[in-house]
Design a protein around this ligand. Structure first.
Ligand code: EPU
Length: 299
């Protein structure tokens, strides 16, 4: 009996919903990768707590899958169990006194528009970022216009040691990362500022339209593949290194925005990984810059 079999037995006994051997390609934007030995979808915090305790007792690593937007899953079976916060208690959203209290399973875009429509400023620059709120916090999602981290006042998270609360400062937000690794965010409080709803909506629409013009949002990709090196743009460096449009198997460097690697249909994780290395080699050779991937890789 493997530790995954043992965990499955305990989840079944505890009533925690789960499936075995679940292919993850269909749950990620890139659409590549192997399967999770267990995919659990806790019904509430009690289930989540039980899942963490049982996994820790059995020495099984747990990872949380958000909307799979910024993730490259390798081919072959994963060596850890995966959970998703799809149940209703993890998707609640409430506004009071300028504070948005939002469940980690909520789609970021719906939280953005909820704030905008209520005339609260701070989230409009996060428009068009595909993520759940939990995933956005884990990565400190953002772009030129905004980052989610500075809005955070408090986070509730689950981990092997049980549920805990962290201040925004304790979350360790930095450029496209946080110190929340090993924890699963359950809920967050975001502090917003009073604003003018029509003006915020116009600003959000402007940002969204600019992204549609400059980014291949119709294609299967994980968004920007590399972090921008300080003071420069990864897309510009990749294009100037002659890699725009280059393909590897069924993966290609987007000819619209060179920092997006796209699945042309039928790509493997290996195609993507080889292309990532070719792009890095070319940029190193031409510019002497070592690009750091932004996309999270499993395992
Ligand atoms: N550029 C090129 N060639 C390209 C792409 C871009 O020369 O193929 C040039 C552009 O002309 C521009 C500069 O590079 O002068 C910057 O490009 P862009 O305005 O598209 O922004 P970016 O720095 O590439 C960042 C974020 C995006 C975010 C946009 C808009 C990073 C790594 N990327 O892109 O975030 O959408 O700003 O806010 O921070 C993501 O994180 O997944 C992502 C897409």
């Amino acid at each position: 009996m493997t530790p995954f079999d043992a965990l499955a037995g305990r989840l079944k006994a505890g009533g925690v919903p789960f499936r075995r051997e679940v292919p993850l390609a269909g749950l990620t934007w890139l659409g590549v990768g192997g399967s999770a030995p267990i995919l659990a979808e806790p019904r509430h915090e009690g289930d989540l707590d039980l899942l963490y305790r049982e996994a820790a007792a059995l020495g099984v690593r747990l990872e949380c899958l958000g909307s799979g937007a910024n993730l490259l899953v390798d081919d072959g079976p994963l060596p850890f169990a995966v959970l998703r916060l799809t149940a209703e208690p993890f998707r609640r959203i409430a506004l009071a006194d300028g504070v948005l209290t939002v469940g980690a399973g909520t789609v970021l875009e719906s939280a953005v528009w909820k704030a905008v429509e209520a005339g609260l400023a701070g989230m409009e620059g996060l428009v068009g970022i595909p993520a759940t709120v939990g995933g956005a916090l884990a990565m400190n999602a953002g772009g030129r216009h905004a980052e989610i981290g500075p809005l955070v006042r408090r986070v509730r998270a689950a981990g092997p040691g049980g549920m805990r609360e962290l201040s925004g400062e304790a979350c360790g937000f930095a450029y496209r990362r946080s110190g929340l690794g090993g924890l699963t965010v359950v809920e967050a409080e975001l502090v917003l500022a009073p604003g003018d709803a029509p003006a915020l909506a116009e600003s959000a629409r402007g940002i969204r339209d600019a992204k549609r013009r400059t980014q291949p949002l119709q294609d299967a990709s994980a968004g920007c593949m590399f972090k921008n090196p300080s003071g420069d743009s990864a897309g510009r460096l990749i294009e100037a290194a002659g890699m725009k449009g280059v393909s590897q198997g069924r993966a290609a460097v987007s000819s619209l925005h060179a920092n997006f690697l796209v699945n042309l249909g039928g790509a493997t994780a290996d195609d993507i990984r080889c292309l990532v290395e070719r792009v890095r080699d070319a940029v190193r050779r031409v510019h002497g810059v070592d690009l750091e991937p932004e996309v999270v890789r499993w395992p």
